[in-house]
Every structure is written in C-alpha cells, then in structure tokens.
Design a protein around this ligand. Structure first.
Ligand SMILES: C[S@@+](CC[C@H](N)C(=O)[O-])C[C@H]1O[C@@H](n2cnc3c(N)ncnc32)[C@H](O)[C@@H]1O
Ligand code: SF4
Ligand code: SF4
Length: 290
C-alpha cells in the first residue's frame, strides 16, 4: 500500500478565520466560482464536479465586481474553486494578474485536486506578490474516499511545500450533506459531518455574474441563496449576506434542530418549507418584477 499524506504530514491544515466579517460594505473573504467542470467526479462532491460539468471564463466584469466587494488590503482573501481551477489555468493566471493590477493586496487561495501539479504550481508562481497558496482536496491527496492523485504529482507538490513552507495546505476531511453529499461517500465513516450547525461560510461570486450565499450549495438555485448580481452595489450584496446569516440563525437552525436534520440537508432538501431571508431588492428581482 502506498504511503499517504496523512501518514507523512507534509501538508498542514489551514486555520479558519472569523466568520461574516464586513467593513464599509466589503467582505473579508469571497469565493470565485467558474463552474463545476472537473477532471474527477468524486462520489461526495458538493458541486457535482465532472468532466461534463459547465464552465465559463473569468472576465473583467466578474473581477471588477469582486474588487468592489472584498477588502482590498492585506486582510482580504479571494478563494478560487470550482470545478477544477487547473483545467483552465491560463484564465486563472490572467485573473490573478488583473486583481493585482487593480490594487488587490490580500491573500489568494486556489482549491485544487492537485492532479495537474505543474499547472497548479504555475498559478502559485504567477502571483507578483507571492501571496497565492493552495488547499488540496483531502480525499484525493490521501486516497481516503477517492482514488489518490498520481504519485508523480504528489511528490512534486510535497517537494514544493518543503521548499516553500506554507504554500500547499490540505483541505478539511469533513464531508457535508450537500450536492452528491454523504450517502455515496466511501471513505472513513467518522469523516462525515451531520452537524445541525451551518459553518457560516463566506459567499460566492460566479462567472454567471451572481452572488450566491454558500460555496457548498452553489449548484442549488433556490431563491434563499440569491444575494444579487454583478450589477448590484456592494451595499445591497453585503446587507443581503447579513440577512442570510440572520435567517440561518433564526429560521434554518431552529428547523434543523426541531427536525433532527443535518444543517446542509435542510438546505438541500427542505427549503420549500422555509421562508426566504429578508433580502433587499436586487437588480435581478427588480427585473423579474417588471
Ligand atoms: C468542490 S472542490 C473544488 C476544487 C477542487 N476540485 C478540489 O477538489 O479541491 C473544493 C473543496 O470542497 C471539498 N468538498 C467537496 N465535496 C464536499 C462535501 N460533500 N463536503 C465537504 N467538502 C467537500 C473538496 O474536498 C475540496 O476540498
Ligand atoms: S471535489 Fe473537486 S475534484 Fe472532486 S469532483 Fe468535486 S470539484 Fe472535482
Ligand atoms: S447549512 Fe446550508 S448554507 Fe450552511 S453550509 Fe450547509 S448548505 Fe451551506
């Protein structure tokens, strides 16, 4: 049996930061999502990643909206995920260059399965501020719950982390019941998380031009998650994000507890039974009202 990363401990877990921080209508963190096209199709994948998935490139209008909505100083963080960012690494490299040319000083994190190791490292190396790091899919890094990445990729990434400590972290092992979710998951049982508490993630900007309240539920089109579009001002988007958090605490969590359901199961299967958060009017809702 091959040695796994969990045995050799090369990669560390990233520390989570404060939740829901907003200052001057800017979020401390924002996820960027270009679709669920992937070179894998993990049984548990929250976004339904697959080679047949959709993908739309980052363009200036998406990045301009991100630059208006996230803190631009050292505190801000932009997180690229998907799908698999290395499938279109040229577009990610272009996006990082654009963000740096437009005064984004914060950290950038690339969520990746690491299979295309050279492309992933080219993304990290492209950042003129050297503040782009990556977080690897736990299952694909360790082989617990998904086929492990090729040994050559693993060794390349391990060597890079040894040469650049902190550049490559390993993702969280928990599997939540969202998307394909916990039922098809084949890894160690203690890794599935049936918590009734939502982890209160930061929201997502998609390349379809929408702000969505949850990275785990990104393929769920329910109105409960729709915070606005790239045409809305940051005040509307961040106030709607606050309204979503209020709804999580006052409507969603009491429902999960009363019905003894995992938090993500409520979002995936029971939203029809719950009122929507009290959102401000967005350009999308204004258009549909006419
Ligand atoms: C959706 S993937 C996209 C980026 C890349 N393809 C990857 O796998 O890292 C981002 C992260 O979500 C995690 N993830 C996927 N499905 C999940 C689930 N049901 N519960 C918790 N995390 C999940 C993955 O392990 C990965 O760390
Ligand atoms: S978890 Fe990542 S690697 Fe696995 S299918 Fe989903 S997007 Fe692809
Ligand atoms: S409980 Fe809902 S909002 Fe929270 S992480 Fe799960 S799917 Fe997302």
């Amino acid at each position: 049996m091959s040695e796994t990363i969990s045995e050799n401990k090369t990669f560390k877990e990233r520390k989570s930061r404060d939740k829901g921080v907003i200052q001057d209508h800017r979020l401390m963190e924002l996820h960027l999502y270009p679709g669920n096209k992937c070179n894998r199709d993990c049984s548990f994948c929250t976004v339904f990643g697959s080679p047949k998935g959709w993908s739309v490139e980052y363009r200036e209008e998406h990045l301009d909206a991100a630059l208006r909505t996230v803190m631009l100083d050292n505190v801000g963080t932009l997180k690229f995920y998907g799908g698999e960012p290395t499938l279109n690494h040229e577009n990610v490299i272009w996006a990082i260059a654009y963000l740096r040319q437009h005064d984004f000083q914060g950290a950038i994190v690339i969520y990746s399965n690491g299979i295309q190791a050279e492309r992933l490292l080219a993304i990290l190396e492209s950042d003129p501020l050297s503040k782009t790091t990556t977080s690897l899919n736990y299952s694909i890094a360790t082989g617990d719950g998904a086929p492990q990445m090729p040994r050559k990729s693993l060794e390349r990434l391990e060597q890079y982390e040894q040469d650049h400590p902190g550049a490559i972290a390993i993702g969280h092992p928990d599997v939540v019941d969202s998307g394909r979710g916990v039922d098809p998951f084949t890894g160690e049982e203690e890794r599935s998380q049936e918590s009734s508490r939502c982890p209160h993630c930061y929201p997502v900007l998609t390349t379809e031009g929408k702000f969505h309240a949850c990275p785990f539920a990104i393929e769920n089109q329910s109105p409960h998650f729709q915070l606005g579009t790239v045409d809305d001002d940051p005040k509307t988007v961040t106030e709607n994000f606050n309204a979503f958090f209020h709804w999580l605490d006052t409507v969603h969590q009491p429902y999960a507890e009363a019905n003894q359901l995992a938090a993500c199961t409520v979002c995936w299967k029971h939203l029809d039974e719950l009122p929507t958060p009290k959102f401000n009017t967005t350009s999308a809702t204004a258009q549909s009202a006419h």
